[in-house]
Design a protein around this ligand. Structure first.
Ligand SMILES: Cc1ncc(COP(=O)(O)O)c(C=O)c1O
Length: 456
């Protein structure tokens, strides 16, 4: 075996994203399945990192990317515009809430988050109110790994190493009913009702706050927690009352993943900025989108004349073509409606796991389900972080042929273990049955290793 064939650090020349594990080499994908070079197949229950929403080996998306690259690979977005970006922006504005009809395209979620935060600050500065510059966000939450996005992220474990490089951000408890003291049962709970935001703004001084950023349905940090039906209306009213811009980070939960184009849609609330990423181009090119309105941009147009956020690959034609083909395929095959329908089946089937003593909660919307593991169900006590439960489960799942997305260390005490399940929107009922079967196999294997660490 050549050193690189081991597919692990330090063999070969890839800086692998984990330095202590071997990486199966995937050679092909088809629908919900991935195949490695040894012929083993994996049911991709997380669509990669919640990205490949239309499945692997998607010929239509591949063709759209190839055709765009052959026609026009790149132009500088400062000098030119092109068909793909114009058509995609028009499609997006038709899908997004009224008034949100101007889109900047970036390549990663964190880029788009930073663009929104910077433009929010620019808006206030150019409105003659430069003192409005602070950011408020939820905790736990995740908005990206670049330093401003990380500053806004309520994940103590991710921040620790870089604390003195981060800007101060005011933190408000997230609507995370399962881990809230109220257990989701007090109507006037500040975190679950949203009124905690008002208390934080009053303490911070709303005249100093530029924006509030939040995920409309929880992503990895609260494991697909779905806020109450009135939560976002309350948030919108508080933001309006205190003149704070509301940034909805839909990078993980938008683009159809929760059964509607935008996760905010069922709440009938419009943010000031809406950010999409991950699944927006089906995994066929890196793409994120920051959508905002003339209310914000007219101020910049009369001020500096441009958003102060520049990147070489903004409005990248090949990525825009992938985004356009993704939206057209979603519409042509009614795949968001399918996502909502199959999501109900997935939630019900994964809900069967609640019989298990170490499955504390199963929740979600559309084809996004969070399964939270606990050591003790009654007290909701998490496993000790040293057991690395979610990571161990993910490895056991991969060994069994199932891909899930783990999250751990998201509570105040840096413990907590959950996995996100988010298969492609094309998943069938029999594939859901197989997913649940493999989940049980992986859970048994993980608990056996925890209970009997030297046994294998
Ligand atoms: C809600 C949310 N925002 C932002 C990001 C950052 O996106 P990216 O990793 O593409 O920069 C993520 C990534 O997981 C996310 O889940």
């Amino acid at each position: 075996m050549s050193p690189s064939a081991e597919n692990r650090y330090p063999a070969g020349h890839v800086l692998y994203r984990r330095l202590a594990k071997r990486f199966p080499r995937i050679v092909r994908g088809e629908g919900c399945w991935l195949y490695d070079d040894a012929g083993k197949r994996y049911l991709d229950a997380s669509s990669g990192a919640l990205v490949c929403n239309l499945g692997h080996g998607n010929a239509e998306l591949a063709r759209a990317v190839g055709e765009q690259a052959a026609r026009l690979g790149y132009v500088n977005g400062v000098a030119f515009t092109h068909d793909a970006v114009e058509e995609l922006a028009a499609e997006l504005s038709a899908l997004t809430a009224d008034g949100l009809d101007k889109t900047l395209f970036c390549c990663n979620g964190g880029d788009a988050v930073e663009a929104a935060l910077k433009i929010a600050r620019q808006f206030w500065a150019e409105s003659g109110r430069p003192e409005k510059r602070k950011i408020v966000s939820l905790s736990p939450s995740y908005h990206g790994s670049t330093l401003l996005a990380l500053s806004a992220s309520g994940r103590p474990g991710y921040r620790k190493q870089f604390q003195d490089w981060l800007v101060p951000v005011c933190s408000v408890p997230a609507p995370y009913a399962y881990r809230c003291a109220c257990r989701g049962e007090w109507e006037d709970c500040p975190a679950c009702s949203g009124t905690a935001l008002e208390a934080a703004l009053l303490q911070e001084g709303p005249e100093t706050v530029a924006a509030f950023i939040a995920e409309p349905v929880g992503g990895a940090s609260t494991g697909a927690s779905v806020p109450r039906p009135d939560y976002w209306k309350t948030i919108r009213e508080i933001c309006d009352r205190h003149e704070v811009l509301f940034i909805a980070d839909e990078i993980l939960v938008g683009a159809g993943r929760t059964g509607t184009w935008s996760a905010l849609e069922p709440y009938a609330v419009a943010p000031d900025f809406q950010i999409f990423g991950k699944g927006i181009a089906g995994g066929y090119a890196p793409l994120s989108a920051m959508v905002t309105s003339r209310r914000i941009l007219d101020v910049l147009a009369e001020g500096t004349g441009a958003p102060l956020h520049n990147q070489t690959f903004s409005q990248f034609p090949v990525s825009c073509a992938a985004g356009l083909a993704t939206i057209r395929q979603l519409k042509a095959h009614a795949l968001i409606e399918r996502c909502a329908r199959m999501g109900e089946i997935l939630l019900r089937r994964l809900g069967e796991l609640l019989e298990h003593p170490n499955v504390g909660d199963v929740r979600g919307r559309g084809l996004l389900v969070g399964v939270e593991f606990v050591e003790d169900k009654e007290s909701r006590k998490p496993f000790h972080p040293s057991l690395r439960m979610a990571e161990g489960f993910t490895q056991a799942a991969q060994a069994a042929g199932l891909v899930v997305w783990p999250s751990s260390g998201y509570t105040d005490r840096e413990d907590g273990d959950l996995v996100l399940i988010g298969p492609p929107f094309t998943i069938s009922e029999s594939e859901i049955s197989e997913l649940v079967r493999l989940f049980r196999v992986a859970l048994d294997a993980t608990l056996e290793t925890i209970q009997n660490p030297n046994g294998r």
